[in-house]
Design a protein around this ligand. Structure first.
Ligand SMILES: C[S@@+](CC[C@H](N)C(=O)[O-])C[C@H]1O[C@@H](n2cnc3c(N)ncnc32)[C@H](O)[C@@H]1O
Length: 413
């Protein structure tokens, strides 16, 4: 129960249970142990700090703690606020270990630095390409300075919340701390709220716990409704990579969309204004009714199609789902949306496999795998997933061939 978690965990040393990964207890204490590498430990720079039930809003049932490691990524440092179990999982996954980037990712980052930070009229600072950038290049890799659970933000009483957030900021190594405070804009009473409010990116940790992360380099990238880059976050490596999805000229601003691409025109305007104080001047916000209609229709259509696709798959209408997936791919190319190719090729491989068309399933699974390699993500998980999917289909195909041969033999003999 929650009570026993409260009383047993916070002070429990990393005993035998720590070898049992992915558990909530014990709380990763002053020293967190990496289960597979018993000799490797994480030394928290400050004693972990947990909030008691008095800090929660009525009916709140959470237990959040702050962990700070100043050593993280060669002295970059990190503070994490969230359930202790999530931090335990991160330790278990080896997220704190520095590992070399996969070769494909290294290749895609080769050459001179791809960006620099400059003043952009009307937007404060911004990031521009320091050289020509190719489509699909990793233009920036960044690590979180702070990661804060959105559940914690929602259910903790404001002054308890801000106090823990301030501690999370202040416990960071000097340079990173300055960079985080350097993201402030104007005078605001609640500095931490303001910084996190306009400078964070949503990421997922654990199974599906939502977090907001402050990535000080990524935080300098401005919004555009027609962005030329997008970000992806690797949970395994706690790394954020910004990827170009079209070629970018030297001097051109590198932008991302702060809002879901399929968001409606009026909703988008309101959201950008309310959350970031951006008076949207994007072509999409300024466009005349006809253009808005065109662009928006495409995006809305894609969203609806994706839902229809999922429904069709659920109901085992694989043929329909396949047609929809192929339509989405075609439209996404024309709508200038980020490369959805490997994702949809994976989906198509699965659908063909479910439908029983194994040669087509194999074809798409191979394409997806090649694309994941080409996109060279820092995150191996998609690659592994695609590889497993391919193996599964190959296995299924082999089994069917054996079965067919058996039938023929039986007929022949
Ligand atoms: C994540 S920060 C981006 C970097 C920021 N410009 C800076 O100087 O640090 C978000 C803030 O940048 C500004 N901003 C971002 N995109 C903008 C845009 N398209 N037009 C105007 N201001 C923008 C807004 O003030 C917003 O709250």
């Amino acid at each position: 129960s929650t009570t026993s978690f409260f009383t047993q965990c916070p002070n429990a040393p990393p005993g035998p249970l720590a070898k049992n990964p992915i558990t909530a207890c014990p709380l990763p204490g002053l020293i967190g142990v990496i289960p597979e590498l018993e000799s490797t430990t994480i030394q928290w720079t400050y004693p972990p700090r947990c909030l008691g039930p008095e800090s929660l809003k009525p009916n709140g049932t959470r237990h959040d703690c702050l962990f700070t490691s100043a050593e993280f990524r060669n002295g970059h440092g990190i503070s994490i606020i969230g359930p202790a179990s999530i931090t335990a999982d991160l330790i278990a996954q080896g997220a704190f270990i520095d590992r070399p980037d996969p070769p494909a990712a290294v290749k895609r980052q080769a050459g001179k630095p791809a960006y620099r930070v400059v003043d952009v009229p009307g937007k404060g600072k911004g990031v521009v390409a320091a050289r020509k950038v190719k489509r699909g290049e990793i233009v920036m890799v960044d690590f979180p300075s702070v990661l804060i659970s959105t559940g914690f933000i929602m259910v903790t009483k404001p002054h308890h919340r801000r106090r823990l957030m301030r501690a999370a900021f202040n416990q960071l190594p000097e340079e990173t701390k300055e960079a985080v405070y350097g993201l402030r804009r104007g005078a605001e009473k609640h500095l931490v709220d303001q910084i996190v409010g306009t400078n964070s990116n949503g990421v997922e940790l654990g199974e599906e716990e939502g977090f907001v992360g402050v990535f000080v380099k990524v935080a300098r990238i401005n919004h555009s409704c027609r962005p030329n880059a997008y970000y992806r976050f690797s949970q395994d490596r706690l790394a954020m990579e910004v990827v170009s999805f079209r070629a970018i000229e030297e001097g051109e601003e590198i932008t991302m969309s702060y809002v879901p691409l399929e968001m409606k025109h009026d909703e988008r305007r309101h959201f950008l204004e309310a959350n970031w104080g951006i008076e949207c001047s994007c072509s999409l916000c300024r466009a005349n009714d006809y253009d808005i209609g065109e662009a928006e229709n495409k995006r809305r259509l894609m969203k609806e199609w994706k839902e229809t696709l999922q429904a069709a798959k659920r109901d085992k209408f694989y043929k329909d789902a396949i047609t929809i997936a192929q339509d989405i791919l075609q439209v996404s190319e024309r709508a200038d949306l980020p490369p959805l190719l490997p994702e949809y090729h994976d989906i198509l491989a699965e659908l063909y496999s479910l439908k029983g068309d194994l040669p087509e399933a194999l074809r798409y699974a191979r394409m997806a795998l090649n694309e994941w390699v080409r996109f060279g993500s820092l995150d191996y998980s998609e690659l592994e997933w695609a590889r497993e999917a391919l193996e599964e289909i190959v296995e299924k195909d082999a089994a069917r061939t054996r079965q067919l041969l058996g039938i023929q033999k039986a007929k022949g003999g």
